[in-house]
Structures are given as C-alpha cells and as structure tokens.
Design a protein around this ligand. Sequence first.
Ligand code: ADP
Length: 484
Amino acid sequence: PLATLKDPSLLKTDALINGQWVAGSRRFEVSDPATGQHLADVANLGAADTEQAIAAAHAAWPAWRAQTAKQRAAVLMKWFQLLNEHADDLARLMTAEQGKPLAEARGEVIYAASFVEWFAEEAKRVYGETVPTTDPTKRYLVIKQPIGVCAAITPWNFPIAMITRKVAPALAAGCPVVIKPAEQTPLSALAAAELAQRAGMPPGVLNIVTGDSTQSVEIGKVLCGSDVVRHLSFTGSTEVGRILMQQCAPTIKKISLELGGNAPFIVFDDADVDSAVEGAMASKYRNAGQTCVCANRLYVQDGIYEAFTAKLAEKVRNLKVGNGFEAGVQLGPLIDEPALAKVEAHVADATAKGARVLTGGQRMGERFFSPTVLADVTPDMLCSREETFGPVAPVFRFKTEDEVIALANATEFGLASYFFSRDIGRIFRVAEGLEYGMVGINTGLISVAEVPFGGVKQSGLGREGSHHGMDDYVELKYLCLGDL
Ligand code: ADP
C-alpha cells in the first residue's frame, strides 16, 4: 500500500533526534492490521537515545524560547500548510499501519493539522495580568513563561492528531518536545515530523524516539525520571497512565493525562429517533469503535427502545467492512489480536447472561469483527463496566431520568457522554448531572481544536485544545515591584 505515495520521501523509518535521522542499532517491524503484511522496519531505540533526545531538546530550548511568539507561529503555520498539502500521503501511511478507512484517515490528518493552526494563533495570545495593588508602594504583575522540555507519549488510534494536540501548544508556548509514538503507528508520526523539519523547525525542538513495546517501557522510564523534562503528556489506557503518574512523582513533574472512557449514550423518549441513530453510528463505529470517546453503553428509554434498536441494527447491518484502502469501506480491522479477543469476550459474556444479538456478533476472518448491536443488556455484563474498544453497541433499557443519570455515572471513568432529547429543561438537568468532562447533546461528534477536550475521575487530568490547552505548557510567574 505504500508504493503509491505521491512523495515517497515521507516514508521515514528512522527516529529524529536533534534534527538528524537516527537509525539505531536495532529495528522493529510495523505491519498492516488489515492484512498482516510487513510494512517497514523502524528504529528501535532505548534509554541512551532518549537521554540524547532530552539533551538535544534542552539545548534547543533557549533559542526557541527567545523567538517571538509570532516567529514560532510562522513555523507552526508552515507545518499546518504542509500537513494539509500532504494529507493524501499521510492518510495512506495511516490507513496502512492503523487500518482506519482512507477517508477517515484523511479526516484525521485535517483534524490533526487544525490543532497546529489553532495553537499557532494562540501562541500570540499568551497574555499576562496586572493585579490591582493593595499597597501604594508596590505593583503586582503576572507573566507566563514556557515550562521547559516536554514529553509526549501517544497511542495508535489517532496516530497524528494525538501528537499535534500535545506538541502544537508546547511548541507555540516556546517548549521543545520529545515524542514517543505508539509502536503500532510510528510511520504517520515520522512523516508528520519530516514535514515539521521542512517547515523550518530548528534542530532539537521536535524529537521523535521510536521503539517497540518493550523499548517503549524503557523510553517511558527515562522520560518520566528526567529532571530536565518538566511536563509529560500521555494519551492511552488508564492502567499505563497510573504507571506513568507514579514514575513522574519523584521529579514532581506536571502531567496531562487523557485516559480511558466508558461513554454513556442516552436516548430519551422525546428524542428524534433518526437523529439519535445517526449520532450513535458516528460515535460508536468511527475507527471501528476504537476511540476513547466512542459510545460504550447505549441507554434507551422504554417507549422508544424497540424503534431505536431496530433502526440502529438495520443501519449497522449495512456497514461495509474491509480493508481501509477499498472504496466505500466504513469499518476497518481491529488493531491486533488482543483487541479482537476482548471484543469477543464482551459479546460472549453478554450473550451468556441473556443479551440478544440483533446483528453481527462474530469475527470476520482473523482481523475484523462484524459490527454488532446487542439488545437487553444489563449492568451485570462486562460491557457495562469496561471499555469494549470495538464495534459493539450494547443497548440497555431504562425508565426514568434519575435512574439513567445514576447508571451513566456509575463508573470510575468520566470522559465523553452523549444524550438525545428535545426537552430544554431536561437538556440542562441531564447535562449538569452527568459526571463527565464532555457532553454531546443531540450529536455524536464533539471534538474540534477550539474546545477543551478531557475527562474527570479516572479518565484523566487536564484539557487539550481550546485556549485552555496552552495552560499546561506555561508557568505563571508573579512579579512584585516594590519601593515605588
Ligand atoms: P492502548 O491500550 O491504546 O494501546 P497503552 O496505554 O497501552 O494504550 O499505550 C499508549 C502508549 O503508551 C503507547 O505509545 C505505548 O507504547 C505506551 N506505553 C505502554 N506502556 C508503557 C509504559 N509502561 N511506559 C511508557 N509507555 C508505555
């Protein structure tokens, strides 16, 4: 699939440290989840290389910080343009190593680039404050300064967007970065880094350290343990987030965590059924259900339950599953065998406890899972407690608003939530009652660069995107001018 790149020089397999492509002494294999086909051998770096990347970033910091915000914004805007210009090639690399349908991959590239544009603009608006004095001989000022070297550890489900969402604000604020992309999807990350180089990113300002799953652990330990790294941003599982948080404790590192979700998707009797079905399709089956904001539990009110499940099952039955490079495919493969095994286990557990399979329910060959709708799902089933991360929609039945808010909140997670209703009073009551960082109301798609993305409870710390997304990358400094 990579033979058709318009610009073959975007296929990078070496890591990037201090503006140099680094081959390393070992390589690891990257393969296509749709076919199992070998795609490339990528530099398998370790602890010493990570130290070098951190040192390069540290050395690059003074000059990068000293540029004006407008100068840094110009480099970011150039990167934004290049990401857009090369969207087709970036999408091909992404579909090849990640599996999502080509159109969806292209959509991610545009979304990923939008963070670079947004933070290029925000770079110029990192305003300080003057505080009214309480002492006539003094004046109080607050300035914002870049925090220092930043590390980013990113997942495979959004191979470019999870990088730009973290590094664009860091770079805009004046911080150099060291990125550890997911071992499944380094090619998208390296191509994006190549474009950053072409945009004029000075050596050492943007570094990428690649490694397989074993080396990722070693790289992570160095990034977390370093005294030079002042901030770590991670998107991935809650389990790994907890490990990284512990590893960051000795150096009192600032951290941003975007962790797992267990999104409720609630449909009230007064909702527009067709719109709710559309919302469920968009939220549930995007990226074959492998996003942290995918609807994981669908709660549908008694009066509308049969109509909703029937319409949803019909739409889901018509989804086209296959290799993301084939025209018209809407659902690609799952990322790997453990992902398939988890989805299969959730379906088996639900059916053993009485759930009805309305459509799907099984593997399709070695790498795909048929898009599934389960009815009569109950809270004792695994899929109600754990994130399935696959194309399975379990539909629960509920009676009252209070009951469903309690059910929706009965989880340690709190990332995205969704509900459909046309009653304005209910819209405010439910939106305020849901213990989640984000609420989609009458929509299944909520994420754009301009708004704060993030979770509460064990779904994470901090917000990415929006003007708040810059906060993690700057420190406040209070200046007290006396003797006036
Ligand atoms: P997912 O379930 O999405 O694969 P993970 O949390 O396992 O999420 O992985 C997300 C990112 O974290 C990947 O880049 C992976 O290499 C990295 N990672 C996984 N385990 C560790 C660890 N112990 N230390 C540092 N990084 C890790």
